[in-house]
Design a protein around this ligand. Structure first.
Ligand SMILES: [Zn+2]
Ligand SMILES: [Zn+2]
Length: 270
């Protein structure tokens, strides 16, 4: 006999996960299956090992799974190792039908793993490459708000050109990025006790500019802190954000899916 109550599985998109990361790649099929079971599909994979081989592997991943798309590029941590040859070979992958953006590009002054001027140069190169290939850009920025904004402005980044992923900056920075036309992606950090600033931003982002992400395997949301993060958990971050914004889960799911598809516009062409 059928019960009166039936679970409605809403659709979500994890706008940023690292399926190729050690600890994730070994369980690729199981992780993707759990995501689908939770309604989290498609997935936007982001390559972050920054080598030509790892970027090729990210493209191959999309060919194994109909609902996985990928971002190719290099991480600011690895800027110092980037050669012109590798850069242009990765850029060429942008023509693959399931490569939906370049990134994660930007500036990380927290770890400073590459010299800042080198990070800035590669960041500008990716902004220009994205314009040339007509792709959006996924931006990683940490403790580098002023320089990030200056570069975005100088390079003419505009409406729908970029998303600030894993947003942990100030409300002022969020407003400045929104003003330029950027999207803002909220990570599981928003559920952490000490993340008042991220909660302020998650409340303030206009409906049509909001994305949600796991950045898995990192930054596992409450109630799974301490476990490895994975795309299925984006539902917990999203539920928290819906509560903050005072909207229904249905509305937040519909809006973020629509936004993600609008931003990663090649998803709709495939
Ligand atoms: Zn990042
Ligand atoms: Zn990432």
């Amino acid at each position: 006999m059928q019960g009166q109550w039936e679970a409605v599985v809403l659709q979500w998109i994890d706008s940023h996960c690292h399926l190729g990361f050690k600890g994730m790649a070994e369980e690729e099929d199981e992780i993707i299956a759990r995501a689908r079971a939770a309604g989290v599909s498609p997935l936007i994979n982001v390559e972050s090992a920054s080598s030509l081989e790892s970027n090729h592997a990210a493209v191959a991943l999309t060919e194994r799974h109909p609902d996985v798309y990928t971002v190719v590029g290099s991480h600011p941590h690895d800027a110092v190792a980037m050669t012109a040859e590798t850069f242009s070979a990765i850029k060429d992958l942008g023509s693959h039908p399931k490569v939906v953006a370049f990134g994660e590009a930007g500036l990380d002054y927290h770890y400073d793993r590459s010299p800042r001027d080198v990070q800035q140069g590669v960041f500008r190169d990716w902004i220009r490459a994205a314009k040339e290939e007509d792709l959006p850009l996924v931006i990683h920025t940490r403790e580098a708000e002023a320089d990030t904004l200056a570069i975005l402005e100088e390079e003419g980044v505009g409406e729908g050109d970029a998303v600030i992923h894993c947003f942990t900056g100030s409300l002022e920075f969020a407003h400045a990025c929104l003003e330029l036309g950027c999207y803002i992606s909220i990570p599981g950090i928003v559920t952490f006790k000490n993340a008042g600033d991220v909660r302020e931003v998650a409340k303030a982002v206009p409906d049509h500019r909001l994305l949600v992400e796991t950045d898995s395997p990192f930054l596992t949301p409450v109630p799974f802190r301490g476990k490895r993060n994975e795309p299925s958990y984006v539902t917990h971050t999203a539920a928290f954000v819906a509560g903050l914004r005072g909207v229904s889960l249905e509305d937040l799911a519909g809006q973020t899916v629509e936004n993600t598809k609008r931003f990663f516009r090649k998803m709709e062409q495939g």
